[in-house]
Ligand binder design. Structure first.
Ligand code: NAP
Length: 298
């Protein structure tokens, strides 16, 4: 039976360790601050005198610390590096695609099988049948340890042999999440300033969501096909979007709301309008984002 080791017992690392223990998988846990390991030991985890010892006793080493700098400092200690040879590292710490590729190269040079994962969930979702975790790197390691990885989330997906692809997708998916979360904060500021209850906003937001989802799918298709010119299938031109959008700054100014977010979007709209894209599809804004068009226009 596969023996595992979880490096890092923070919020996420503890959830990962608990998911392994719930499946009866032999699991060692190591954390910089030892006190966080105690509740996991109570749940059946093993401890080790040192990280090198924990690694030596395991087949699959799952790493989940705050960032790659912390992970690298731990994994590249000579005794740990030696113990890792021939084992599998599953790096679940968040990082950039470049950091993931660099870690993949480091592992390959030392005979360590490497998977870089992006957890598309918060700790309370770990172990869920629909929880998505993206993995990239060594396909063979993913196939071989699928049963262990499935414990973290039913939707564990291998996204490519370029070790950076899971992180790249993570960054892309989180970008849209932050767009929505920051957008929600700005929206709540507007509706509160206008005396509308948040429950009412939440209800209408859910009603509106299918329209936003369809527009998002349409945008992805148009960007992929390069169909940025306004045409018969265009849902709303840049001009039509802007006629609704520009009120956001006005309402915010009336109520003294922060301008940073709407001003950034306003800058993109204005650059596209100034460049003659009024009648084009919203997808035409992609040209300004990809080529730093607003910066060049300024
Ligand atoms: P957390 O609760 O703050 O835990 C951080 C962990 O990193 C702790 O085990 C901490 O050890 C360790 N650590 C920090 N600096 C270290 C260092 N210099 N050397 C060794 N260990 C160090 O954070 P978390 O929420 O579990 O997040 C951990 C990772 O998962 C991050 O990369 C995060 O982006 C990713 N992630 C988190 C979520 C989430 O919803 N929480 C979702 C997806 C991905 P100590 O206990 O000693 O401080």
């Amino acid at each position: 039976m596969t023996k595992t080791c979880v490096v890092g017992a923070g919020r996420m690392g503890s959830a990962l360790a608990r998911a392994l223990l719930a499946e009866g998988i032999e699991t060692r846990v190591w954390n910089r601050s030892p006190e966080k390991v105690a509740p996991l030991v109570a749940a059946g985890a093993h401890t080790a005198e040192s990280l090198a010892e924990a690694v030596a006793a395991s087949d699959v080493v799952i790493v989940n610390v705050i960032d790659y700098a912390a992970a690298d400092a731990l994994l590249r200690m000579p005794a740990v590096e030696r113990a890792l040879a021939g084992k599998v590292v599953v790096q679940l710490t968040s990082g950039s695609p470049r950091q993931a590729r660099e870690a993949g190269r480091w592992a390959a040079e030392r005979g360590i099988a490497y998977l870089d994962g992006a957890i598309m969930a918060t700790p309370n979702f770990i172990g869920g049948a629909e929880t998505t975790i993206l993995y990239s790197g060594m396909r063979q390691a993913f196939e071989r340890h699928r049963d262990v990885l499935r414990v973290f989330g039913g939707n564990g997906v291998f996204v490519g042999e370029d070790a950076g692809h899971a992180s790249a997708l993570d960054t892309g998916l989180l970008t849209q999440m932050w767009g929505k979360l920051f957008g929600t904060l700005q929206a709540l500021a507007v509706v509160r300033a206008e005396g509308i209850g948040l429950e009412a906003y939440a209800r209408y937001m859910r009603d509106f969501q299918p329209v936003v989802d369809a527009a998002t799918d349409d945008l992805i298709a148009r960007v992929g096909e390069g169909r940025w010119r306004g045409d018969a299938a265009t849902l709303a031109t840049i001009e039509a979007h802007y006629s609704a959008f520009h009120h956001l700054l006005a309402v915010g100014d009336e109520h003294g709301l922060d301008r940073v977010l709407p001003a950034a979007l306003d800058g993109l709209f204005k650059a596209a309008l100034a460049a003659g894209h009024a009648a084009d599809d919203f997808a035409a804004l992609m040209r300004f984002i990809e080529r730093g068009g607003v910066r060049h226009a300024a």
